[in-house]
Design a protein around this ligand. Structure first.
Ligand code: COA
Length: 517
């Protein structure tokens, strides 16, 4: 099978999974929602955005591989409203009444993090049954962070706007409660700490939905609604009006006013990554199809050649790029990366990490040559670097190589995976082999014979398990990335992310941890 065929096969499998997220709770619930005269989450978002502008949906596969619906009953992403890049979240009321399950919470917290790091105004399109009651133990206590985050964003001067279309009860009432601006839809919004049955139980009082938490009551009596919307479209209009009056200014430098498109065709990006990741590929072929004018000024090209480092720009934004060129990271590559990251911090230049690494080199010669020390230098540089980072997993991203290349735990502003990516502590065969060696040694130590037949079965089982757990849909389902993307969209997505990133100041540092020499 050609590289292209292998990639296209993975892309069509990905499309099937994305379609599940788009389908939300399925036909029955979508129909019921429309019959009630309500818009779907994505329809609300589409009307909110400036016409003909893109929406970068984040983590659409959240919850994949779990018992919950793919997408985790929440849509999140970055879009432009009245010319302002905003972080938009929308509950999907067709999935379990929009209730928040553990994956919904993870997705919501991730979107808060993106809003905070990049200074993006937040617009919450609210219609949720609150906590998913059967899994409340997973979400009740950590879920408080959703409300804490909203007010912390506000404290940092990042505007928060809630458009309430439907249910927003109990803890959910604090989404509008903690937002700077609140719009409520007449006949739809229901914002109360306790609904009629609970009030009856608690105090014996008889009350109805409207008097406890309707839009009219909140706009006229409690003052929780700043704006009263006659219907959903009106709420969206009011949301746009609020953004237009924020007087919002981006704090990062503007991109170059003009730039060239890549000379080489992005379509070729389907041909580059081999179906078998053991076969190396040259990331310069990727870079040339992603950066402005296909121009990549390589830094230290003759030294540590297993890692390409260099300067370029994407949609007019200057970037430094670190790209694995041949799987393994040696001491030279680690030192080169550390130097390059420091240089990017001196010139306030964002960094892009293109992953295809099996990790740091192992073996006597390399241990004696200080591979841990040099890898630690690179991890120190990545961890303490203050310029924005974006990671793209193109192929392998294994072991500490994932860390050194700014893996998820190293807080890249965004992390995306291509369908060809794989990430784990090590490759499935290696991991199964290590387990086998350890088990054999344990049997020997006890003086027991080793079960060779069982060993073969164990290896095959473990290999299968690790392979499945290394795949991008599985990792995306667990929110270990912000989405699995078509390689051909890489340039556009990097452009949207870089533009969003420049809503916040872009500043490097000269303060790193002590570099072990
Ligand atoms: N946890 C788990 N499942 C929930 C849920 C919740 N909080 N809220 C709704 N669901 C489920 C329903 O059981 C139903 O499942 P089913 O279709 O498989 O039977 C599905 O979601 C749709 O709910 P339904 O009541 O038919 O939808 P609706 O649009 O008419 O009403 C709500 C939606 C949210 C107003 C209503 O379901 C409700 O009041 N839920 C409880 C709200 C609550 O008290 N939450 C606790 C807050 S901390």
């Amino acid at each position: 099978m050609s590289n292209r065929e292998a990639m296209l096969e993975k892309l069509s499998a990905l499309e099937v999974e994305h379609a599940k997220a788009l389908a939300g709770g399925g036909e029955k619930y979508v129909e019921r929602h429309h019959k009630r005269g309500k818009l779907l989450a994505r329809e609300r978002i589409e009307l909110l955005l400036d016409p003909d502008t893109p929406f970068l949906e984040l983590s659409p596969l959240a919850g994949w591989g779990s018992d919950f619906t793919v997408g985790a009953s929440l849509v999140t992403g970055i879009g432009v409203v009245e010319g302002v890049e905003c972080l938009i979240t929308a509950n999907d009321p067709t999935v379990k009444g929009g209730a928040s399950n553990p994956w919904t919470l993870k997705k919501a917290l991730r979107s808060d993090e993106i809003a905070r790091a990049n200074r993006l105004p937040v617009i919450s399109l609210v219609e949720s049954g609150g906590a998913d009651l059967p899994t409340q133990k997973e979400i009740f206590i950590p879920g408080g962070a959703m409300f804490r985050n909203l007010t912390r964003l506000s404290a940092e001067g990042i505007p928060t706007i809630a458009l309430v279309f439907g249910n927003s009860t109990a803890g959910g009432a604090y989404i509008p409660g903690m937002s700077d601006y609140v719009v409520m839809v007449d006949g739809g919004a229901k914002v109360f700490l306790a609904g009629p049955p609970l009030v009856k139980m608690a105090t014996g009082e008889d009350a109805d939905d409207e008097s406890l938490g309707g839009a009219s009551m909140h706009a006229r009596k409690s003052g929780l609604a700043d704006y009263f919307a006659v219907d959903e479209q009106d709420a969206i209009r009011l949301g746009r009006q609020i953004v237009s009056r924020l007087n919002w200014r981006k704090q990062g430098p503007a991109p170059k006013p003009s730039y060239d498109e890549p000379v080489l065709d992005s379509e070729d990006l389907l041909d580059i990554v081999p179906g078998d990741l053991k076969i190396p590929f040259d990331p310069r072929d990727v870079i040339a199809r992603v950066v402005d004018g296909s121009v990549f000024d390589e830094f230290k090209p003759l030294y540590g050649s297993s890692l390409a480092t260099g300067w370029a720009s994407v949609h007019g934004y200057p970037v430094g790029i670190l790209a694995n060129a041949r799987g393994v990271l040696f001491s030279e590559e680690s030192q080169k990366a550390s130097q390059f990251i420091q240089l990017a911090n001196r010139s306030d230049t964002p960094l892009i990490f293109l992953h295809n690494t099996t990790g740091y080199m192992v073996g006597q010669e390399y241990e004696q040559g200080g591979i841990i020390k040099h890898g630690a230098q690179m991890i120190n540089a990545v961890s303490n670097s203050k310029v924005p980072h974006i990671s793209v997993l193109m192929g392998a991203s294994y072991g500490a190589g994932h860390y050194g290349m700014c893996g998820r735990a190293f807080d890249p502003r965004f992390l995306f995976a291509w369908p060809s990516a794989k990430s784990a502590v090590m490759g499935p065969q290696q991991l199964a082999g290590v387990l086998s060696i350890v088990a054999r040694a344990a049997a020997e130590a006890k003086g027991q014979p080793y079960d060779e037949h069982g060993d073969g079965q164990m290896r095959a089982y473990v290999e299968g398990q690790i392979e499945a757990e290394s795949l991008p849909m599985f990792l995306s389902g667990r929110l270990y990335d912000d989405g699995v993307i078509d390689p051909r969209d890489t340039r556009t997505i990097l452009g949207i992310c870089l533009s969003a990133i420049h809503s916040a100041p872009v500043e490097g540092t000269s303060t790193f941890g002590v570099f072990r020499m």
